[in-house]
Design a binder for this molecule. Structure first.
Ligand SMILES: C[S@@+](CC[C@H](N)C(=O)[O-])C[C@H]1O[C@@H](n2cnc3c(N)ncnc32)[C@H](O)[C@@H]1O
Length: 231
């Protein structure tokens, strides 16, 4: 079975002429959300369903994914850990701080963390980074999937607290969480404008693409914090 590494720790498997996105399973034999496990050359892979993961969709939309095996990641909107589990597979020498504010969902996430020591679960509101600033270290990547009307603002305040100077912000923006009637394109344009110049820190947007057909009315975005090296 042909296996191709698309990005650090992210693979495309060719099974019966069908391409499948996957990560290497950190805990062989255990699936997390009923996904398929495939073994090839003594390595077990876990199927990664892009329609259940904005990050998975961003991989298939050919974003340049800034995750490395030793990255420190702050993940906002972890839910029960579907996507966080794949980030955990990718970060063989790194760590993911997973923030989620629903206590019920957090219970599932904690079970996942029992098996995966590189996930640190944090029950907190991403609007209040000061409430977890004593736990979280500086991050190479902030990934945010909170589906809230003030997504850009949440991204900015967390970046201010936690993003390394040359780190990356990855964002999934759901237009309907911001405005149910306005056109998604208009909403995305305004969110990009806010990130570029709406806060006291500025971002340089490196890539932005809509996540269809995997997620309707969602924009994926990768940005860098703007740092004036001449100061
Ligand atoms: C779309 S789901 C995330 C799915 C997840 N990223 C995945 O791919 O597996 C959004 C999650 O963000 C959480 N959330 C929303 N607002 C939040 C906030 N202010 N702070 C922390 N979590 C939040 C919700 O409870 C929900 O679990």
């Amino acid at each position: 079975m042909p296996v191709r590494e698309l990005s650090s720790g992210i693979y495309e498997l060719d099974i019966d002429d069908r391409k499948m996105l996957a990560t290497r399973n950190m805990i062989p034999g255990m699936s997390v959300y009923g996904e398929r496990l495939i073994t090839e050359d003594d390595t077990e892979y876990r199927q990664w369903d892009p329609s259940r993961s904005k990050l998975g969709a961003m991989v298939l939309k050919n974003f340049d994914i800034p995750l490395k095996s030793d990255s420190i990641v702050l993940y906002l909107g972890a839910a029960s850990g579907t996507t966080v589990s794949h980030v955990s597979d990718i970060l063989t020498d790194g760590l993911v701080y997973a923030v989620e504010f629903s206590p019920r969902t957090m219970r599932d996430l904690i079970q996942l963390c029992d098996q995966r020591p590189n996930i640190i679960p944090i029950l907190a509101d991403a609007n209040k980074p000061q409430s977890y600033a004593h736990i979280v270290e500086k991050a190479d990547v902030i990934f945010q999937d909170v589906a809230q009307p003030n997504q850009a603002e949440i991204a900015a305040i967390n970046s201010k607290y936690f993003l390394e100077e040359h780190g990356h912000l990855m964002l999934s923006i759901k237009s309907r969480s911001i405005d149910t009637v306005a056109s998604p394109k208009k909403i995305f344009k305004e969110e990009v404008r806010k990130l570029e110049s709406g806060f006291d820190i500025e971002f340089e947007v490196l890539e932005r693409k809509e996540l269809e057909p995997f997620h309707e009315d969602h924009l994926g975005l990768v940005a860098k914090m703007f740092v004036d090296d001449e100061e």
